[in-house]
Design a protein around this ligand. Structure first.
Ligand code: ADP
Length: 404
């Protein structure tokens, strides 16, 4: 470790754990409610052939490592290695906590929480609500706890930001017993929306109390109605399958289709899950790719239809979310497609001309932060999201560890 104490201060490890890979970032505290990323990396091939890679902020490789079959490489061993490696590369800073992205906080958690055995038991009980993600998030927390029991760990939920929505936005029209059991609309991508809600007033101070529709368009895509910085409604519901069509997920679908698939095609839950999560969306409609770049470059008419359906549904949901807020004062694009795809933003903007949206083609092509014309009734922004930074900020706030 460097002895350069001038670089001291606190550091926070942020972890986003999936089924076979784990992304991590290291942030240093730079002030009160301020952090800066210093290292990004991932461990891939967990459970098969694990590989570790870390890069600095200029995307230069800092380290890589592979595990041989004879070496211990379970999650505890891998997270133990990660923590040791991070601590060796902190240049005088002190690792004070780990913040985790956890997909589901149920109806209980409307804010991040310090992890204890009691909280972990409660988070376990949400596994049936998010069986594809929650177990992996919790496995990483457990493994890190075994490797370094003294390090405080914080869970930041994708659902938390939406917990304050009015009841109508959270409720399906089904028998109450099911709603009470937890079959309700949770909404996801909450860390991304919360980050945008904090950034927007910096870009446009007059919009602090405004009604804003945010489109988070990544390989998973959703939209959120935010009024005065609070979530009012969202397109994702009980699961991350609802709402917009996505890379491989269907989005909003008539539940009668599922009954048809069961009755007429003899499909069971596993087969339907695979169809709706992995074979639908942009991939299913185009038959070409789940990647928006590939679709925009393709000459296949089905690729063009997939893009058109995606943009149509974004415009349609903008109308629905505006109705949830009684109006709209601004539109924001974020995440992979939202931040980088001028053609998608232009098409959505054109479909919203009736609302008074007017995109400035040059600003849009240049990926500027304001892409609407000065005369546009609704200003349109592009704001890069940063869920990892949001987790680091929450972890800092929760531990009250600010050094300045
Ligand atoms: P994730 O949900 O996995 O975090 P991202 O936010 O990174 O996803 O977004 C991934 C999506 O962004 C992919 O569908 C990819 O095609 C799309 N994307 C990235 N760059 C561009 C670009 N220049 N033009 C269009 N789409 C893009």
């Amino acid at each position: 470790m460097s002895t350069d104490k001038s670089k001291g201060g606190n550091a926070i490890l942020v972890i986003n754990a999936g089924s076979s890979s784990l992304k991590f970032s290291v942030f240093r505290e730079t002030g009160k409610e301020q952090v800066a990323v210093v290292i990004n990396g991932q461990i891939s091939g967990i459970g098969t052939e694990p590989k570790f890679e870390a890069k600095d902020t200029q995307k230069r490789l800092m380290a890589e490592r592979a595990w041989t079959a004879s070496e211990p490489s379970d999650r505890t061993a891998l997270l133990g290695f990660l923590l040791d490696w991070v601590e060796e590369h902190l240049e005088g800073a002190k690792l004070v906590a780990a913040g985790h992205r956890v997909v589901h906080g149920g109806t209980r958690y409307s804010a991040p929480v310090l992890l204890t055995p009691e909280v972990m038991a409660e988070l376990e009980s949400f596994v049936p609500l998010a069986p594809l993600h929650q177990p992996h998030n919790l496995a990483a927390i457990r493994a890190l706890g075994e490797a370094h029991p003294e390090l405080p760990q914080v869970a930041c939920f994708d659902t938390a930001f939406h917990r304050g929505q009015p009841w109508q936005s959270q409720t399906f029209a089904i028998p109450r017993e099911l709603t009470e059991e937890g079959v309700r609309r949770y909404g996801f991508h909450g860390l991304s929306y919360e980050y945008i809600a904090r950034r927007l007033p910096e870009l446009a101070p007059n919009l602090a109390d405004a009604r804003v529709v945010v489109a988070h368009l990544g390989s998973g895509a959703s939209m959120c109605a935010i009024h005065a910085g609070r979530s009012v409604d969202s397109t994702m519901g009980f699961t991350a399958l609802d709402g917009l069509p996505m890379g491989t997920r269907c989005g909003n679908i008539d539940p009668g289709v599922l009954i048809y698939l069961m009755r007429q095609k003899g499909m069971d839950a596993g087969a339907i899950e695979k169809l709706l999560y992995n074979k639908s969306g942009l991939l299913g409609v185009s038959g070409v790719s789940n990647d928006m770049r590939a679709l925009l470059e393709s000459v296949d008419p089905h690729a063009a239809e997939a893009v058109e359906l995606f943009c149509f549904r974004i415009a349609k949901e903008t109308g629905a979310l505006s109705a949830s807020m009684g109006g709209i004062d601004a539109l924001v694009f974020t995440a992979g497609i939202g931040e980088r795809s001028a053609p998608v933003r232009q098409r959505v903007g054109d479909k919203l001309a009736w609302l008074g949206v007017e995109i400035d083609p040059a600003a849009n092509e240049a990926n500027r932060s304001t892409i609407s014309t000065p005369g546009s009734r609704i200003p349109v922004y592009v704001i890069p999201t940063d869920e990892e930074q949001m987790i680091a900020l929450h972890t800092q706030e929760l531990l009250g560890q600010g050094t300045h």
